[in-house]
Design a protein around this ligand. Structure first.
Ligand SMILES: Cc1ncc(COP(=O)(O)O)c(C=O)c1O
Length: 367
């Protein structure tokens, strides 16, 4: 006999395979380079800070829309676009799909391989995902996207893209925006934008009412545990999103940390650390490319590096057996034998290289 729950749960929910977040996968290791977080936290604890610093009581519900944070983020982005803070870019993705797609009827469009949450959030709402895969050089198939977007409500583009690491050329994004301005909303997920700031399209929001930009403090700002993301859009788009925003979207304790991070000093610190990380990444990528069993190290505009290994070597398992947790991408048809490695401290990257060097020596000896 079918249980009550089985009868009640929608078919779309029964079919769901949960998104495999790094924390959900869990595991054991000593160096964690699998979630594109900053490995060491930035210290945003300044003495002379906004009034929020003195606020240590949490008995009142927080602001509905934390305006101070939105204002600080607009200043950081130098934009007048409508801006709202939400609980991470993941919540932004879910809100946008719920605001603009009707379950069981509408479609979203993605270009795989890309961030898995677009399709997951759509699946959860019985919204179909149309995939126009990236070309073999990881660039967009612009004409096909424009053609397929006629049947989709939202086009999700990720720039720089996770897990391929490349930024979409602005000229391609403009072509997509032009070609879809009467058919679909274009959401550009700029989670990694601080690592390639020149590719941001925030400045295009004024010209394209169908453009929405999603951002996060989880990457360059090193605040993944605070859960803060942003939606930037036209006033009209925001008026619909605002209808769905939960009553108290941002806990005060998160809001306080966010204000510190977005202060002048906070931004200075973030920018200095980002420049450091980019140097570490470039040196690491260069060293990786010297190993014979690594066939390709893809160019990165992010805080991670994607590499493809010769098919006889399982690099993900090699590193894991040494306590180094990375992200295997082999399940993606376009990314066979690929591994994604987040950039951590210089010391952590040295440990990765040392682990690979030992592996190389051991395989040479047995060959
Ligand atoms: C492209 C992309 N978008 C969004 C997110 C989620 O960001 P948040 O921590 O703000 O929910 C991630 C996290 O890995 C990501 O890679």
């Amino acid at each position: 006999m079918t249980s009550l729950m089985e009868r009640l749960v929608p078919k779309a929910v029964k079919k769901l395979i949960p998104y495999q977040s790094a924390r959900r996968i869990g595991g054991n290791g000593r160096i964690w380079l699998n979630a594109n977080e900053l490995e060491a936290s930035l210290s945003f604890d300044f003495n002379e800070n906004p009034k929020s610093l003195d606020k240590r009581s949490y008995n009142r519900y927080p602001d509905f829309l934390p305006h101070e944070i939105a204002k600080a983020y607009q200043n950081y982005c130098r934009t007048n676009a409508a801006t709202v803070a939400v609980r991470g870019a993941d919540e932004a993705i879910d809100l946008l799909i719920r605001a603009f797609c009707q379950p069981g009827k509408d479609k979203i469009l993605i270009s795989s391989p890309t961030y898995a949450m677009y399709e997951f959030c759509a699946d959860a709402l019985a919204i179909e995902t149309v995939d126009v895969p990236l070309k073999s050089d990881f660039n967009l198939n612009v004409s096909e996207i424009i053609s397929q977007a006629k049947n989709a409500n939202i086009v999700f583009l990720c720039s720089p893209n996770n897990p391929t690491g490349n930024a979409i050329p602005k000229i391609d994004l403009i072509e997509v925006l032009e070609g879809t301005k009467n058919s679909a909303l274009v959401v550009v997920d700029e989670a990694y934008i601080e690592f390639e700031l020149s590719s941001s399209v925030v400045d295009l929001i004024a010209d394209y009412p169908n453009l929405v930009v999603v951002r996060t403090l989880s990457k360059a700002f090193g605040l993944a545990a605070v859960r803060c993301g942003f939606i930037l859009s036209s006033e009209e788009v925001m008026s619909y999103v605002a209808k769905l925003i939960p009553p108290y979207p941002m806990p005060d304790c998160s809001a306080e940390i966010v204000l510190k991070a977005l202060s002048e000093e906070g931004l200075k610190l973030m920018k200095a650390k980002t420049a450091e990380l980019i140097n570490t990444r470039n040196e690491f990528a260069q060293t990786l490319s010297e190993f014979d069993f690594i066939e390709e190290v893809y160019p990165s505009s992010t805080n991670f590096v994607l590499l493809r290994v010769n098919e006889n070597h399982d690099l993900f398992s090699v590193l894991l057996s040494d306590g180094i947790v990375t992200r295997n991408q082999h399940h993606e048809p376009a990314l066979r034998h690929c591994v994604r490695i987040s950039i951590g401290s210089e010391q952590s990257m040295k440990e990765v290289i040392s682990s690979l060097t030992h592996y190389e020596q051991a395989t040479l000896q047995t060959a």
